[in-house]
Write a protein that binds this ligand. Structure first.
Ligand SMILES: Cc1cc2nc3c(=O)[nH]c(=O)nc-3n(C[C@H](O)[C@H](O)[C@H](O)COP(=O)(O)OP(=O)(O)OC[C@H]3O[C@@H](n4cnc5c(N)ncnc54)[C@H](O)[C@@H]3O)c2cc1C
Length: 427
């Protein structure tokens, strides 16, 4: 008998967790097939620590096929949805177009970074979304230090040593704090500049950083970021990003050799081309997460505007929501297969944390405001407990112990191969 098939698109918080849950719950006549661009799940909350060289990059990712052992995992880009034929189209390993049928299609493909949000971001800015982004940015920051050391003129050196982060939300604050920590610890190994020559600036459009947290935690974070050497600017409008800095409004230009964009998401092209109804870049779904107007297509995680029955709001784009939605999605799929009633998604957030560098964090677990070193240890403990395997937890615990005792590793992960080193003038 031919197996019935659930196809999941996306191996992030939502998709990989769902594949793991379904393998335990489905009867043997169903198979789960997961498509993802990468063969690994990325634990995004720790990407800023990768950029700041506090964590080994491989320790924040995990092979999806090891997380969801019963599922069939294909590392391939899904290119088109043919919903009326219950078929998806994906890119084969030789560039050919292949298709696969489904009985239920689950869309968990997240959001893409909107590189067109600010003029110049695509050409001169750095994004932070994937493991590749974090690795390349980490290397770039270290290379900027090396360039500054090799640069004889003070003016050019200042450009190499200035970093601007656009957006003072969770990602912006965490990446600025992490980079600042690495730069502060590493400056002593260089002779041509000191830590005072390094400039890290956060540029926030709103009145305060970490907007979703209570105001007192925002202002604590603001003060502590500044005391650790980060210039925090609020109510500023970034109008253009150039090779040598950031245009603020019409009249001001901030020199910065590196500009990191931590704002702006957009719909994945796969979904924007699908004709499925959406609002503000997210698919419209029913409270059960079934896509509006479809019985066999579902969506969750960042890519869907999932109504939260707990407080009648739309779920935010957060990993903790994606994982909770996955739990409800698994239950609703099983209910559908068994002809039972569907349950709306409902979740009360446990609170949020942001690491702000220098061994400090702010957070509001269960509505209780905490800050400083204790918050930082809680931040670490919570994320540590969420890592997908004992192996990764051990590795992260080792990384963090190392970070307490030793300086951060400023080895540039060079990808130069022997053939790259060939003397071009050699015969
Ligand atoms: C730097 C950073 C820090 C963050 N920190 C936190 C935090 O501290 N706490 C928190 O709760 N949330 C945090 N988030 C948000 C969190 O990462 C997202 O909410 C979460 O990843 C959403 O999960 P998802 O599965 O919906 O999407 P994603 O995790 O983005 O996964 C999408 C998946 O879909 C795949 N995909 C996309 N298109 C296709 C296609 N066409 N074909 C095949 N595969 C495709 C991608 O490869 C990817 O595997 C952070 C995000 C970032 C970027």
């Amino acid at each position: 008998m031919a197996l019935k098939r659930i196809v999941i698109i996306g191996g992030g918080f939502a998709g990989s967790d769902l594949a793991r849950r379904l393998q335990r719950k489905l009867s043997k006549d169903w198979e789960v097939l997961l498509y993802s661009r990468e063969n690994h799940f990325v634990f995004t909350p720790l990407l800023p620590e990768v950029v700041g060289a506090a964590i080994n990059p491989l320790h924040v990712v995990w092979p999806i096929r090891e997380m969801a052992r019963g599922a069939t995992c294909r590392t391939a880009e899904v290119r088109a949805l043919h919903l009326d034929e219950q078929k998806i189209e994906y890119l084969g390993p030789n560039g050919e177009t292949l298709t696969e049928n489904y009985d239920h299609l689950i869309l968990g493909c997240g959001l893409a970074v909107n590189l067109d949000l600010i003029p110049g971001l695509r050409d001169h800015g750095w994004a932070l979304k994937t493991l590749g982004d974090a690795l390349v940015l980490r290397n770039h920051v270290i290379q900027q230090l090396e360039r500054a050391e090799a640069e004889p003129t003070a003016e050019r050196r200042a450009e190499f040593l200035s970093f601007a982060v656009v957006g003072g939300g969770f990602t912006g604050v965490e990446v600025a704090g992490s980079i600042r920590d690495m730069l502060s610890e590493s400056a002593r190994f260089y002779k041509r500049f000191t830590v005072e020559d390094i400039r890290v600036t956060i540029l926030e459009g709103g009145p305060r950083v970490l907007g979703p947290l209570p105001e007192s935690l925002s202002s604590y974070a603001h003060r502590k970021l500044e005391s650790s050497g980060i210039d925090v600017r609020t109510n500023v409008k970034v109008t253009e990003i150039k090779a040598d800095g950031v245009q603020l409004g019409e009249d001001e230009f901030l020199n910065a050799g590196t500009v990191i964009g931590s704002i702006g998401n957009t719909m994945q092209r796969l979904l924007s081309e699908s004709n499925l109804a959406s609002e503000r870049g997210r698919l419209l779904v029913e409270p059960s997460m079934r896509v509006q107007g479809r019985t066999d297509v579902w969506a969750f995680g960042d890519c869907a505007a999932v109504p939260n029955a707990y407080d009648d709001s739309i779920s935010p784009t957060l990993g903790q929501f994606a994982v909770r939605q996955s739990k409800q999605m698994a239950a609703n799929l099983i209910a559908t297969i068994k002809g039972k009633e569907l349950t709306p998604f409902s979740y009360h957030t446990r609170g949020m944390f942001a690491a702000i560098g220098h061994g400090r964090a702010v957070g509001n677990p269960f509505g209780v405001k905490i800050s400083g070193f204790i918050a930082y240890m809680m931040w670490r403990a919570i994320y540590w407990s969420k890592m997908p395997s004992i192996a990764r937890r051990t590795q992260i615990a080792f990384d963090w112990s190392w970070d307490l005792l030793f300086r951060r590793d400023i080895v540039e992960l060079s990808t130069v191969t022997t053939s790259d080193l060939k003397d071009p003038s050699a015969p």
